[in-house]
Design a protein around this ligand. Structure first.
Ligand code: SAH
Ligand code: SF4
Ligand code: F3S
Length: 475
């Protein structure tokens, strides 16, 4: 059985837009699947359409327009979308003027084919074409179905002020790059999101300042590989920038510093780091600023160098271990999490055991774990046989999930008896009298509310814990 909890966490819970102020006009319902990048894109779409008079609703049954922001990373991510479309179908039968649009990675992957496969769909729009949504909607109003899946070399939506959806008012995402230039053999993202582009650092810093001014206290900088961020003045990253261009360029470490300098009370996180590109400059900047959180998500995928080579990840087990040693040395208090795939093409039992031993060696705080799912068009689909039997993939997955459960428990327990600086994000789901937030290491901490509120920094002494949550009291 696939590990549902962890997979769903990664997929992200479906996001329902909080009901906006009721104005006369059209209502849209946006639901997002997949990674943080998709959730962030939905906020760009909400902004584009709010200018066209659309307000948001949390109830799809009263919407004039349903948009579903899709993920294509694994087969089950796509299945979930297909099932959801079936549910929307019953509403459309009662209300034929309801418009249904699919956006995001599955839209990009399937293109116009989507219209043939799912009769309910009116609009198919890829990740780089969201500015054209008003035109696409007009076509549908004129009786035509509409598709735009053009990928771009320079679109970063830098000038669009996202409408924060489903927000706690404390934490927000800021996209810093789009697309991906790596060709990991298993991965569909380069096909669905196109070439890597970096966004103007000035627009990023301004967005962080504006969020801080509105009361936000934490931003997460987003990219498929944040370490390869490089601003040389716009457009595609050059393969061979000149010496002069490099001197004037902004690297990820420099960007991180600029965002950290916005205000000491604004926490900064980032995701995702790529082991081949995450060098010591970034770790040193993290160590220099208290408000950059001590947490690195460093997906390893496999602990065996031959598998990593087949995956085309660009690093070996030894290189990865060296990166971990650097983190431990420069930032001893840093939490580390990872992504792992079990049962990639040709993975032997011994190779699987190398993943197990690496997990134990690192002692990950957290991990997202997946059984390999072959994706059309990828290097692996063209070059290798998907030859690890499904049951065996799942057995290996179950193994590492159990191990990670133990490792996570140990990491959380190590925080008991210590004082944690917690940024309060919300009232706890379990009790009205408790607040919930996270420490710098990204562990959830809950404690009695007293007079504290959302957006406060509170020092909490952890007294006890569950596998993933510290429980304590303010001191
Ligand atoms: N850019 C990030 C990963 C984005 S996708 C990085 O390079 O780390 C998120 C995770 O999904 C990946 O880290 C990988 O563990 C998993 N994943 C990607 N493609 C997959 C596939 N075909 N089957 C199973 N898991 C996959
Ligand atoms: Fe996919 Fe690799 Fe790019 Fe991550 S770095 S998005 S795994 S191709
Ligand atoms: Fe999924 Fe696309 Fe993100 S495939 S994981 S939504 S980049």
């Amino acid at each position: 059985m696939e590990n549902k909890v962890i997979d769903e966490k990664r997929q992200g819970e479906a996001l329902h837009v909080a009901p906006g102020k009721r104005k006369p006009g059209k209502k849209m319902f946006i639901e997002s699947y997949g990674c943080a990048m998709n959730f962030s894109d939905s906020e760009i779409v909400a902004s584009v359409l709010s200018e066209k008079g659309y307000t948001t609703t949390g109830d799809y049954k009263e919407a004039d327009l349903i948009l579903i922001n899709t993920c294509a990373i694994r087969d089950n991510a796509e299945l979930r979308v297909r099932n959801r479309l079936k549910e929307f179908n019953s509403v459309k039968r009662k209300n034929p003027s309801l418009m249904v649009g699919v956006m995001g990675c599955m839209a990009e992957r399937l293109k116009a084919q989507f219209l043939e496969e799912e009769k309910i769909v009116d609009i198919v729009v890829g990740p780089d074409a969201y500015r054209t949504l008003p035109d696409l909607i007009e076509s549908v109003e004129g009786g035509q179905k509409a598709v735009n899946v053009l990928l771009s070399r320079d679109e970063t939506y830098a000038d669009i002020n996202p409408v924060r959806l489903d927000s706690n008012g404390v934490t927000a995402f800021i996209s810093i790059t789009r697309g991906c230039d790596n060709m990991c053999a298993f991965c569909v993202v380069p096909f669905t999101r196109g070439r890597e582009r970096s966004r103007d650092p000035l627009s990023i810093v301004n967005e962080a300042k504006s969020l801080f001014g509105q009361g936000y206290r934490e931003v997460t900088l987003l990219g498929q590989n944040v370490d390869s961020y490089l601003w040389t003045g716009g457009g595609l990253k050059k393969d061979n920038p000149s010496a002069e261009e490099l001197i004037n360029a902004t690297t990820f470490a420099q960007l991180l510093e600029q965002v950290a300098l916005v205000d000491p009370l604004l926490r900064v996180r980032f995701s995702t780091s790529h082991p081949k590109d995450m060098l010591d400059d970034v770790i040193h900047i993290m160590a220099k600023y208290d408000n950059i959180c001590n947490y690195i998500h460093l997906p390893v995928q496999s602990g065996n160098s031959n598998v990593l080579e087949r995956m085309n990840r660009g690093y070996s087990r030894e290189w990865y271990m060296e990166r971990i040693r650097s983190i431990r040395q420069i930032l001893p208090d840093c939490a580390i999490s990872t992504d792992i795939i079990t049962g990639f093409c040709g993975e032997t039992e011994q190779e699987h055991l190398d993943t197990v031993s690496l997990m134990e060696w690192v002692g990950y705080d957290f991990a997202y774990m997946f059984a390999y799912s072959e994706r059309p068009k990828t290097l692996a689909e063209r070059k290798f046989k998907d030859d690890v039997p499904e049951l065996e993939k799942k057995r290996r997955l179950t193994d590492i999930v159990a191990l990670q459960q133990k490792l996570s428990g140990e990491c959380t327990r190590a925080g008991v008896g210590k004082i944690h600086r917690v940024l309060v994000e919300r009232v706890s789901k379990k009790s009205e009298d408790m607040l919930s937030g996270r420490n710098s290491q990204n562990t959830v901490v809950v404690f009695p509310k007293e007079h504290y509120k959302k957006g406060d920094y509170v020092n909490v002494l952890a007294e006890t814990c569950t596998v993933a949550t510290l429980i304590g009291k303010a001191v």
